[in-house]
Write a protein that binds this ligand. Structure first.
Ligand code: BEZ
Ligand code: FE
Length: 297
């Protein structure tokens, strides 16, 4: 009897042998996922034909990636981000009806307990950076305002750091805030113009990017999570289209529809009304929320 007839493992039958060994898995989804992963992984190994040394290097890369993970840092999510997998999972899980705003990655710097602030507040607590006012409406796909929508915003400072990356340097909750819309669905707040910044690049993912001839930068953006009863939660950004990294985001998060216009305003009267010392940036951007699937016609 030949080896493959007995069910022994060979280079040729590797996928079938491993998949057959998993046949008693109780969870059908797990069985399906492992069948696909086994097939694709073996296909990759057969095409690459790694040396033992290369395989060990790959194992050590994953080992070091795991060692970097703790309560504050998730190097595996970062790996998924730079491989485009986070954006792919996001796309698959956020297929929106036409007209609804698009989603993008959450990123690691959201904090759950940012303060709820009155509309118009200035979320910049350290007076650093170029003043910016941002306003718009939260609408449904028919163009009607969404009242009582909660808009959770966070952004990096003028030097490209989030408050949580500079504890003791930036005030707590600097450049973060939660706002609630009134009956007109409108929102507005003051902040500073965001800057591009590198994703954490002092670990295995940063080394991998360098080896691949890639930079670690994300183009300037503001993060938003929008929630309203009867609507799907939207996790998204708006981007500065003039940013030098707008076409090469390290994590592939940019979408055409998320490019906002950042206009420079030199108007002393408006600056005084906004309590800005001089020229400022203005951004107008409307968000469109999709109704939860059950509530859609
Ligand atoms: C962010 O935009 O905050 C971010 C997203 C993915 C990886 C790192 C940072
Ligand atoms: Fe960010």
């Amino acid at each position: 009897m030949e080896a493959h007839e007995r069910g022994f493992f060979t280079e040729e039958n590797s996928v079938e042998v491993v998949t057959d060994r998993n046949r008693n898995a109780k969870d059908e989804r797990l069985k399906q996922v492992m069948e696909v992963i086994t097939r694709k992984l073996h296909e990759a190994v057969k095409e690459i034909e790694p040396t033992q040394e290369e395989w060990f290097q790959a194992v050590m890369f994953l080992t070091k990636t795991g060692h970097l993970c703790n309560e504050w840092r998730q190097e595996f999510i970062l790996l998924s981000d730079v491989l485009g997998v986070s954006m792919l999972v996001d796309a698959i899980n956020n297929r929106k009806p036409s007209g609804a705003s698009e989603s993008t990655v959450l990123g690691p710097f959201h904090v759950a307990d940012a303060p709820e602030l009155p509309m118009g507040s200035n979320i910049c607590l350290d007076q650093k950076g170029e003043d910016m006012v941002i306003h718009g409406r939260i609408l449904d796909t028919e163009g009607k305002p969404v009242a009582n929508a909660v808009l959770d915003v966070w952004q990096a400072n003028d030097e490209g750091f989030y408050d949580v990356q500079q504890k003791g340097i930036q005030p707590d909750f600097n450049l973060r805030g939660v706002f609630r819309t009134g009956p007109d669905g409108g929102y507005w707040f003051r902040a500073v113009k965001p800057k591009y910044y590198p994703i954490p690049d002092d670990g295995t993912v940063g080394k991998m990017l360098t080896a691949l001839g890639r930079h670690p930068y994300r183009p300037a953006h503001l993060h938003f999570i929008l929630k309203a009863d009867g609507f799907e939660t939207l996790t998204t950004h708006i981007f500065d289209p003039d940013d030098p990294y707008i076409n090469s985001d390290a994590v592939f998060g940019v979408k055409e529809s998320l490019l906002a216009e950042f206009d420079k305003v030199d108007d002393a009267k408006r600056a005084a009304e906004l309590e800005f010392a001089g020229p400022f940036w203005e951004v107008e951007y409307d968000f469109v929320l999709a109704r939860t699937k059950g509530a859609r016609g």
